[in-house]
Design a protein around this ligand. Structure first.
Ligand SMILES: [Zn+2]
Length: 147
């Protein structure tokens, strides 16, 4: 099963009807590595689905989060919740200036999740390790702006 199918299946197991709008939301989540916010998803799909509401987007995201199919990331300094469809353990790096969030794979994170699962006996649905700072581009801008 690819990620898109996994997300659709997660909705079905929660008794959600698979509408073209929900399909589009899942496809966007599966194909994006941009960590979109609900509003970004809404704005992207609005042209295609004029009748879609922001509430539909939130509702769909909430269901996916509740079953661990996607992760809710904290804000990237923009007071907006970002979503991440990659639930494999990885580090998120948020830039507090341009509010981009990138992924950084790390074998330590995998080991950490296994340790947490072992020691807590939780069935881990997802996790989040978020670092924040200034990305290389914003550091360069800061230097150039300071001249
Ligand atoms: Zn930046």
């Amino acid at each position: 099963m690819n990620l898109y199918e996994t997300l659709l299946t997660a909705l079905k197991t929660q008794g959600k009807r698979i509408t073209p709008q929900r399909e589009a939301i899942c496809r966007l989540l599966a194909e994006s590595d941009e960590h979109p916010t609900a509003r970004q998803i809404y704005e992207t799909l609005k042209a295609q689905f004029p009748s879609m509401s922001l509430a539909t987007v939130y509702n769909t995201l909430d269901v996916l989060v509740s079953v661990g199919a996607i992760n809710r990331l904290g804000s990237a300094g923009d007071d907006t919740v970002h979503y991440d469809a990659d639930t494999n353990p990885h580090i998120n790096l948020a830039c507090i200036k341009c509010h981009r969030i990138i992924d950084l794979p790390s074998e330590h994170i995998q080991a950490l999740q296994e340790e947490v699962a072992r020691n807590s006996q939780y069935r881990i649905l997802g996790g989040r390790v978020l670092y924040y700072g200034l990305c290389p581009e914003c550091q360069r801008e800061a230097v150039e702006g300071g001249r």
